[in-house]
Design a binder for this molecule. Structure first.
Ligand code: 5GW
Ligand code: MN
Length: 351
C-alpha cells in the first residue's frame, strides 16, 4: 500500500526542519564538511582547539583528583608555572606562528655517545631527522670515543653533523657528568657564533613525534616523567647539605630530567659552568651528588628558574604509569637489553 500524500509531506517537513536545525546548531560542522577544510593547514590551532586542550588538561587534573584525593599539588599538569613560564603541552602553541618567528635561527643538538652507548646514536639521529626541528637549520654536536663506528645519517638540507672525539671516563658516573665540562668548552667557544639555541639530550632516546621550535627559549628544562605528579617533598633532589647540589626541603618546584634541556648559548654556558663547578667542588670533598649532573642541574634551575618548562611529552618512557595523562609522546627512552647495556637507573638501584 502506498503511503498517503499527507504522510509523505509530513515526513518531508520534519526532515527539512531537522536539517535546518542542524545547520543552525552546528554551523562549524557544516562549514567544515562542505567547505575549504582541505585547504587549511592541519596544524593550525584555533582558539577553539586551545580551549579544548585546556578543558582536557582540567579533565586530567580532575581525574587525578578522583584517583588520589590526597594529591594536593599537581602543578605539573598546568600550563603556567607559578613564575609565569609556559609549560609546553600539545595544543598550547601555534606552530606556524612560531616557525615564522624562529625561521632564521640555528639550533644545536648536543649528544654524547661513548662506550656501549654508541649503539644508540644511529636510531637517535635517524629519529631526529624525522621529528626534530624539521625545516630549520640544525647542527648536531656528537661527542664519542668511537669516531670510526659512527654511521652517518641521511641528512636533510640545512642540517650538519659535527663529530668530535672525546676520551671515555672509566666510571659511568663520570661519563654522564663529563658532559657538563664538554658543554662549558663548547658554549664558550665555537657555539658563540655557530648556533642560537642549544638542546642537550641523552642518546638512549628516540624522537617519536614532533619536537620543534616551541621548545626554544632562554633556559628550558623538562619535567621528569616519573615525578610529574609527585610533590616537591618527594623529589629526589640532593638532600645532603655537604654537597654543592644541596636543595633544602621546601625549595624547588619541579624535578627536571637531565635527558633533555636547552637554552641560548650564553645561558647554557652559565648553566654548564655552574654545574661543572658544583661537580668539581663535590669531588674535592670526595662526594658525589645522588643523581650526578642531574642533581646539579636541578639545583641550578631551582635558583635560576627556567623561562620555559617542557611537559613530560618531551621525555617519556612507555614503562611509566599515567601515560593516559600524557597524550603525545615525543621523545622516548629506548628499552635496553639489560644484560648488555645498563643505564644509570639500573646501576643506582643495584648499589
Ligand atoms: C653507562 C652506564 C651507566 C651510566 C651511564 C652510561 C653511559 C652514558 C655511557 O656508557 N656512555 C654514554 O655516552 N653515556 C651518556 O650519558 C649518554 O649520552 C647517556 O644517554 C647519558 C646519560 O646516561 P644514562 O642514559 O644511562 O642515564 P639515565 O639517567 O637515562 O639513566
Ligand atoms: Mn638516558
Amino acid at each position: 500500500m502506498l503511503p498517503s500524500r499527507h504522510l509523505v509531506i509530513g515526513t518531508l517537513i520534519v526532515l527539512v526542519v531537522f536539517i535546518v536545525g542542524i545547520c543552525v546548531q552546528y554551523p562549524k560542522l557544516i562549514y567544515e564538511t562542505f567547505s575549504l577544510k582541505h585547504e587549511q593547514h592541519p596544524e593550525i590551532i584555533s582558539t577553539h582547539e586551545l580551549i579544548e586542550k585546556t578543558i582536557e588538561l582540567n579533565y586530567c587534573q580532575r581525574q587525578l583528583g578522583i584517583k588520589r584525593s590526597n594529591v594536593g599539588r599537581t602543578a605539573a599538569l598546568q600550563i603556567l608555572t607559578p613564575w609565569l613560564a609556559p609549560i609546553i603541552w600539545d595544543g598550547t602553541y601555534d606552530i606556524d606562528l612560531l616557525n615564522t618567528q624562529y625561521k632564521d635561527k640555528t639550533i644545536g643538538l648536543f649528544v654524547f655517545a661513548v662506550k656501549k652507548y654508541i649503539r644508540f646514536l644511529g636510531p637517535f639521529l635517524k629519529s631526529a631527522e624525522r621529528y626534530f626541528m624539521v625545516g630549520h637549520k640544525v647542527r648536531y654536536y656528537v661527542f664519542t670515543d668511537k669516531v670510526a663506528e659512527v654511521k652517518w645519517p641521511k641528512m636533510a638540507e640545512n642540517r650538519i653533523l659535527v663529530l668530535r672525539e672525546v676520551t671515555a671516563d672509566q666510571r659511568w658516573q663520570d661519563v654522564s657528568m663529563r658532559r657538563m665540562q664538554v658543554l662549558t668548552n663548547l658554549t664558550r667557544g665555537e657555539l658563540q657564533t655557530d648556533v642560537d639555541y642549544l638542546v642537550c639530550a641523552d642518546v638512549d632516546m628516540v624522537f617519536a613525534d614532533h619536537v620543534g621550535v616551541e621548545i626554544l627559549g632562554e633556559r628550558v628544562a623538562t619535567i621528569h616523567p616519573g615525578y610529574f605528579l609527585k610533590q616537591p617533598l618527594s623529589f629526589s633532589y640532593e638532600r645532603r647539605p655537604i654537597s654543592n647540589a644541596y636543595i633544602p626541603y621546601g625549595d624547588g618546584d619541579f624535578y627536571y630530567m637531565a635527558a633533555f634541556y636547552g637554552g641560548t648559548v650564553d645561558e647554557i654556558y652559565k648553566l654548564s659552568t655552574a654545574c661543572q663547578e658544583g661537580i668539581v667542588s663535590d669531588k674535592k670533598k670526595d662526594i658525589e651528588a645522588v643523581w650526578q649532573e642531574e642533581s646539579h642541574l636541578n639545583k641550578y634551575l631551582v635558583y635560576n628558574k627556567p623561562t620555559k618548562v617542557l611537559s613530560p611529552e618531551y621525555i617519556w618512557d612507555t614503562d611509566l604509569p599515567n601515560g593516559n595523562l600524557v597524550q603525545k609522546k615525543r621523545f622516548l627512552a629506548v628499552h635496553k637489553n639489560h644484560e648488555e647495556v645498563r643505564n644509570r637507573r639500573d646501576l643506582t638501584d643495584i648499589n
